[in-house]
Ligand binder design. Structure first.
Ligand code: S3P
Length: 170
């Protein structure tokens, strides 16, 4: 993303376990931007973990909250790095809003690394009950959605600071 563009906002998208929250934190500090994590804001709003929101209200309620939150962020977010939940890319509507917010960066992690990170229980309702094959299948199905990003950054064998450099250089 061009310098003047990312100075406003930058969005991170990618599958569960790709490191969006970790890298977003590092990137925002480095650039002195605010850091926003959509999962975190939704859990605060509900007063429940993501897993509890899914089990009590269902995935759809979570998706509706995600879209609503994104619209709010579009209205008020400036100078922020926004880490999104792994499913934010699924709706066309969310893409329209994300494009208004700023450039979208896809953190493309290695498939095996993703499966490793998600193979233990991590509090993610769409991964905790899935075996490795099911996780990979979900990832592969979603890949075209992630690839709609303005910039794709590979994270395999890269230290977090190298990934941050790749984002800033991109
Ligand atoms: C989801 C990813 C999670 C969270 C929810 C659904 C998904 O976010 O929003 O469990 O559909 O990929 P992370 O990508 O931060 O794990």
């Amino acid at each position: 993303p061009g310098h003047s563009e990312w100075k406003r906002n930058l969005l991170l998208v990618g599958f569960m376990g790709a490191g969006k929250t970790t890298l977003g934190g590092i990137l925002s500090k480095r650039c002195r931007l605010d850091f926003v994590d959509t999962d975190q804001l939704i859990t605060e709003q509900f007063g429940l973990s993501v897993a509890d929101i899914f089990s009590r209200y269902g995935e759809n309620a979570f998706r509706v909250a995600e879209t609503e939150l994104l619209r709010n962020l579009a209205a008020r977010c400036r100078h922020s790095v926004i880490a999104t939940g792994g499913g934010m890319v699924l709706k066309d509507e969310n893409w329209r809003v994300m494009r208004q917010i700023g450039p979208v960066v896809f953190l493309r992690a290695d498939e095996q690394e993703l499966v490793e990170r998600l193979s233990s229980a991590t509090g993610r309702p769409l991964a905790d009950d899935s075996d490795r094959e099911a996780i990979l299948e979900r990832y592969r199905q979603r890949l075209p959605c992630y690839l709609r990003a303005d910039l794709v950054v590979e994270t395999k064998n890269q230290a977090p600071l190298e990934v941050v450099d790749a984002i800033l250089g991109g």
